[in-house]
Design a protein around this ligand. Sequence first.
Ligand SMILES: [Fe+2]
Ligand SMILES: [Fe+2]
Length: 244
Amino acid sequence: MFVIAQLSDLHANGTHRNRGRIEAALDYVNSRADGIDALLVTGDLTDHASPEEMAEARKLIHSPLPTLVTIGNHDARPSFNAVFRPDVEPTSPVNVALTVGDVTLLAVDSSLPGERSGFLDDETILWLDHELAAAPGKVVVSFHHPPVTLGMPMMDSIMMQQPDRLAAVLDDHPNVVALVCGHAHTPAVTTFHGRPLCLAPGVASTLNLPFEGTEVVNKNQPAGVAFHLVDDDGRVITHFRAIP
Ligand SMILES: [Fe+2]
Ligand SMILES: [Fe+2]
C-alpha cells in the first residue's frame, strides 16, 4: 500500500489564522509520517503570490516525507521558483515527479498566468505525456484546477479550461489510476474521463455549496487532509480527515 497525504489551498498570507491552520495540517501529517509515503501539496500555497507569502509557505511546508509541491491560481511561477527552485527558469511551469517503487506521483502545473481559471499548456502536456510513458507502474496525476464542474457555480466558472487536452493524454496512458486536485476547497469525489477524480479539502477554508449558505467562503469548517491509499492492484482509496 502506497500512502499519499494531500494538502491543498494553504493560502499563506501572513495572518495568524491561516498560519495556524497550515501548521496544524503539517503537524497532523508529519506526526504520522511513519505510515505515509509522500506529501503532495496542490497549489494555492499563498493568497497573492508575494515574495513574503511565498517565503512563509516555504517555511511552513516542512516534512520528513518526500514532498511534491505545485502551484495554483493564487500563486505565480516566478515567485514560486525564486523561493522553492532558484535554479529553475523563473517562468517555468511547476511540473514535478516522484517515483517510489512502482508508484509514480506527478504534480502538474495547471495555473494560467494572470487568470483564475486553469489550463495545461503545451510544455506541460508534453511533460505529462513523457512522464507517463516513462513511469514503471501505477501513476497518480495531480494538479490544482478540477477538469470538471462540481455543482459550485463560482468554482465551475474558474475550472480547468479545455479539459479535453488532459483527456487526450489519458487515452494514451491506462497506467493513470487516479487524478487528484484542489482549488474548490471541498473534499469531493467524482470521475474524469473514466478515472477517479478526488478533490482535497482546503486548509485555509471551505467553499459552500449553493444550498449551504449565501456566502461562498465558509471559514467555520476545519482544515482537512486527504489520504490516498494506492493498493497493489492500483485501486485508490481516499480517506478525508478534518484537522481541529
Ligand atoms: Fe484556493
Ligand atoms: Fe485555486
